[in-house]
Ligand binder design. Structure first.
Ligand SMILES: C[S@@+](CC[C@H](N)C(=O)[O-])C[C@H]1O[C@@H](n2cnc3c(N)ncnc32)[C@H](O)[C@@H]1O
Length: 278
């Protein structure tokens, strides 16, 4: 890969322009020492577009009316859709065993809206659907599960619903057998579960795209804030807060904290897991 950035070269001036544009558009920030990483990740895209410099690519991304599709490819190139089924289960158990029963008791006629806000290839929302199904909640009340990611490639994979063995590193064997059918060396999610999750492409920085989604009772936004600067995270979580009903429950990844970012939400320990509550 280094071959490409050596071929093209990424001058400091072009790096500064590009990283500012990328931060503005995606939230992802490249520090001074990360110039080579950015260069290596983007250089295949620059060459595929037929440009001979990063600066030309920058102008294309910034000013070309057709650059929207290219931005989806930039997301694919810059982020790792690393995820797996039954990840950080404490929070999902809290949803199934505490939040959903509470909602059912207080307002069972109101559809419970759950949003997995950076779902990558879909393992997180599908785990939520399987666990809610195991507990029998879909028979008792109406539940909407939306799942989005900025990467079109990831969402296409999620819609396909075919997974490799590595997605099951934490999966209970019995549930894997119950909900998946082996196809060669891949595993297909059962249609009954797959159809419960609505997958679509959405960038968290585009508030018009997430306007309705953010009005969910429960938001899982896990392992994506690690890419963002504090200012970007603040903007996003304050927007969630503005849109969510009360009570609203926001789950972030175990390595992420909003304590220095905002005091709009109350951090609560519920059933052994941390949750930001509106
Ligand atoms: C590590 S995965 C997290 C998957 C899942 N939430 C989990 O915890 O297992 C991070 C995802 O964030 C997505 N992402 C990065 N920036 C984003 C943005 N601005 N809007 C929406 N998704 C974004 C990436 O495409 C990637 O799929």
């Amino acid at each position: 890969m280094r071959f490409y950035s050596e071929t093209l070269g990424l001058p400091d001036s072009a790096f500064t322009l590009l990283r500012e544009l990328i931060k503005e558009k995606t939230g992802i920030f490249y520090e001074d020492g990360k110039k080579d990483i950015l260069g290596d990740k983007l250089s295949p895209l620059v060459l595929e577009k037929g440009f001979s410099s990063f600066l030309d690519y920058y102008y294309y991304l910034k000013y070309d009316a057709d650059s929207d599709n290219e931005w989806e490819r930039v997301f694919d190139a810059l982020t790792v859709p690393e995820t797996y089924f039954w990840r950080e289960m404490d929070q999902i158990k809290v949803l199934v065993n505490i939040i959903v029963p509470h909602h059912y008791e207080k307002r069972k006629d109101e559809t419970l809206k759950i949003w997995s806000a950076a779902c990558a290839t879909g393992e997180e929302p599908l785990t939520i659907a399987m666990e809610l199904n195991e507990a029998g909640w879909f028979d008792k009340m109406s539940i909407d599960i939306n799942a989005t990611d900025a990467s079109r490639r990831s969402i296409e994979k999620a819609r396909e619903g075919l997974y490799r063995e590595r997605s099951f590193r934490n999966a209970p064997i019995a549930l894997k057998e119950k909900y998946f059918t082996q196809k060669g060396n891949m595993f297909k999610i059962s249609e009954n579960i797959h159809r419960l999750v609505k997958f679509s492409v959405a960038n968290l920085l585009e508030t018009h795209r997430i306007y309705d989604l953010a009005a969910s009772h429960v938001i899982f936004c896990r392992n994506v804030f690690i890419y963002f600067s504090e200012n970007v995270i603040r903007k996003i979580v304050n927007f969630f807060h503005e849109r969510m009903p009360s009570p609203g429950y926001l789950f972030v990844g175990a390595a992420e904290s909003l304590l220095k970012i905002t005091d709009n939400f109350q951090l609560r320990e519920i059933g052994g897991a941390f949750c930001y509550v509106k």
